[in-house]
Design a protein around this ligand. Structure first.
Ligand SMILES: [Zn+2]
Ligand SMILES: [Zn+2]
Length: 409
């Protein structure tokens, strides 16, 4: 298959894909992949397969195609292809919770010299890097990356990228428990979808609704949360639906008297989430299950589930999940009056707090323990909003960089 025919067949696949005939599109593209003799065409068709598998939630396959793509780019020795290839490798690793690898592939992308695509791709690279840092609970670096990504989005007038960054910022503030901001950013994303998203993939609407529903749930606005979920249900891939649904079930079943009903939900969510390779999702399910056992005073079962969460979180490098586990274990050992174990958990918990710098540089009190409004300075250090307001414009107490205005995220 030569260059022209390759191009034609890729286009044919794209048309099928856009009209939601995914299976036929994949069939066409796979055939191109086997038969084409054109390296550029091979690279592009691998790109199509990567996007499609990403949208289907088939991240292990996505990674396989990304590896094939980077090999093709290496053979061609073209910096543009290499940059794009490394970005796809970074994104595949991000989806599979390989956050360290994601960061290093992103750095490779940003260091590529002499590329013409970097202006368009750097924003996406920064977004992926931010997500990876968030996965590692390195909050300040995550925020720095998101701000850079937003700047690229604004400069290139790239609304799709802006929409994705807003969703990630929603997730960021959920983790730090500033639920006002956690709702604000996905609402902004939803606005972008409404204003510009006619020709966009449906996943953008679903993504913004999902992040809104998580924030509504945290704010205990359950009716609003359900409404967002319904919007998603009508137009989103079932595999990806699982995790949003899970969050809601979590809340509803813990609130209702029949906690037992939560377990089968967790179990079926666990199946899907394990299959797509989302170990961070698995860890948070184990934490949820642990909380249910605690409510039922089944402490040994709770400890067992929390241990699993701990092991997964440690393998991924997600320190925030480890911190949560220690805090829950602390409560359990207090109830069981096991003083030695209790002390051990307290020490580990405090170590995590220290490592994560989860305290406000002004009042010294914790950040992310309960719902509080936060604000970042341009240096991306994060404080309580009320502390910054009383401090005025004296600059950042953490890094001593002077700051005139507040950062915009
Ligand atoms: Zn403070
Ligand atoms: Zn600072």
């Amino acid at each position: 298959m030569g260059q022209d025919q390759t191009k034609q067949q890729i286009e044919k696949g794209l048309k099928l894909y856009q009209s939601n005939d995914t299976e036929k599109a994949l069939y066409v593209w796979m055939k191109v992949l086997r038969k084409t003799s054109d390296p550029g065409g091979k690279f592009r068709v691998l790109g199509c397969l990567i996007t499609a598998h990403s949208e289907m939630g088939k991240y292990k396959e996505m990674l396989q195609y990304s590896l094939a793509q980077i090999n093709t780019a290496r053979e061609m020795e073209d910096p543009d292809y290499l940059t794009e290839g490394y970005l796809n490798l970074a994104r595949s690793n991000e989806k599979l919770c390989e956050f360290q690898k994601t960061v290093s592939y992103c750095e490779t992308c940003l260091n590529m010299q002499g590329t013409t695509v970097s202006l368009q791709l750097n924003g996406q690279v920064c977004l992926s890097m931010g997500n990876a840092y968030l996965g590692l609970s390195v909050f300040q670096k995550a925020l720095v990356s998101y701000e850079k990504a937003l700047r690229y989005a604004h400069n290139n007038d790239d609304k799709m990228l802006e929409c994705r960054v807003c969703c990630s910022l929603g997730n960021f503030y959920i983790q730090l428990k500033d639920y006002e901001k956690a709702l604000f950013f996905p609402c902004k994303a939803a606005e972008l979808v409404n204003d510009y998203g006619k020709g966009w993939s449906l996943k953008y609407r679903a993504m913004s609704q999902y992040h809104m529903s998580v924030a509504y749930k945290k704010l205990m606005r359950l009716a609003d949360a359900m409404e967002c979920c319904e919007v998603q249900t009508s137009n989103y891939d079932t595999t990806l639906l699982c995790s949003p649904r899970l969050h809601l079930f979590d809340k509803f079943f813990v609130c209702s008297p029949s906690i037992q009903k939560a377990f089968p939900r967790y179990e079926s969510s666990m199946c899907i989430i394990s299959e797509i390779g989302n170990r961070l999702g698995q860890a948070s399910i184990y934490v949820g299950v642990g909380k249910c056992w605690i409510l039922q005073k089944e402490y040994d079962k709770a400890l067992d589930s929390l241990q699993r969460a701990h092991d997964l979180a440690e393998a991924i490098g997600n320190k925030l999940c480890i911190l949560k586990v220690h805090s829950l274990c602390e409560g359990i050992y207090r109830c069981k009056e096991q003083q030695d174990e209790l002390r051990e958990q307290v020490v580990k918990f405090l170590q995590c707090v220290e490592e994560l710098e989860l305290y406000c540089g002004m009042c010294g009190e914790s950040i992310g323990e309960r719902n509080q409004q936060l604000q970042a300075l341009p240096c991306s250090h994060i404080f309580h909003l009320k502390c910054l307001q009383t401090n005025g414009t004296k600059g950042c107490p953490k890094c001593h960089r002077s700051s005139v205005k507040l950062g915009f995220v």
